[in-house]
Design a protein around this ligand. Structure first.
Ligand SMILES: CC(C)(COP(=O)(O)OP(=O)(O)OC[C@H]1O[C@@H](n2cnc3c(N)ncnc32)[C@H](O)[C@@H]1OP(=O)(O)O)[C@@H](O)C(=O)NCCC(=O)NCCS
Length: 186
């Protein structure tokens, strides 16, 4: 499943961004459509985008941005995780299926599932957390399918936009006991 820098899933390849991905990365970053109703565009410019892609800033054990690609049809989004600086055993994830036509096909769930396996088995995470806007039913459905539990409802800041959201968590015991992570039907 994990070969070198990539995470392979039944239908997806998740890999490090390279310089050739810069135009797409910048265009998604500045697009309301790519972010959907419940995420605010981070509006990265080309200079900063090149810096992010070419430096090690987004490709370290404690912080990685993956490009999500369909194995047979190219990029559809990004998946980011970081380890909490104050609690490194806890990973936080953020996902974006940027092409709206590719949503609701199971790719968001599949991408998150295999990153979660990587985080618990390779990174030895003890918990994985996700924030989601309170109205983001689609992401909350993904998290339910993946075995997350609602931890708390809180106000958070999403690139200067105030949101009310849920914080979800899965811990290592739930991960090990959940059949989703042992059987792969996709
Ligand atoms: C949220 C997101 C990651 C989900 O990925 P996806 O590939 O569309 O999700 P999946 O197809 O794996 O699963 C979506 C589930 O939500 C369900 N769903 C979709 N819209 C829904 C709605 N309005 N209400 C309830 N359920 C809904 C789907 O039926 C599906 O569940 P099912 O498999 O039981 O039928 C994706 O839509 C996305 O990137 N959106 C824009 C950015 C974003 O919101 N990111 C998440 C930030 S926390």
């Amino acid at each position: 499943m994990i070969f070198g820098d990539k995470i392979m899933t039944p239908r997806l390849r998740m890999r490090r961004l390279v310089e050739g991905d810069l135009p797409l990365f910048i265009s998604w970053s500045n697009s309301d459509i790519a972010h959907g109703e419940y995420l605010t565009p981070d509006r990265i410019d080309s200079h900063n985008g090149r810096e992010i892609i070419t430096s090690e800033a987004c490709w370290q054990e404690q912080n990685r941005v993956f490009l999500i690609e369909l194995k047979d049809a190219g990029p559809i989004g990004t998946l980011h995780y970081w380890l909490r600086p104050e609690r490194r055993s806890c990973a936080v994830m953020a996902v974006k299926i940027a092409d709206p036509q590719q949503r609701n096909k199971g790719y968001g769930t599949e991408a998150q599932k295999y990153l979660i396996i990587h985080l618990f088995l390779r990174q030895k995470a003890q918990s994985v957390e996700m924030y989601t806007d309170i109205n983001n039913r689609s992401q909350q459905r993904c998290l339910a399918k993946l075995g997350f539990e609602l931890l708390e409802t809180l106000n958070y800041d999403d690139h200067q936009v105030k949101r009310v959201g849920h914080l979800f968590r899965m811990d290592a015991v739930n991960f090990l006991n959940n059949p989703v992570y042992q059987y792969h039907y996709e």
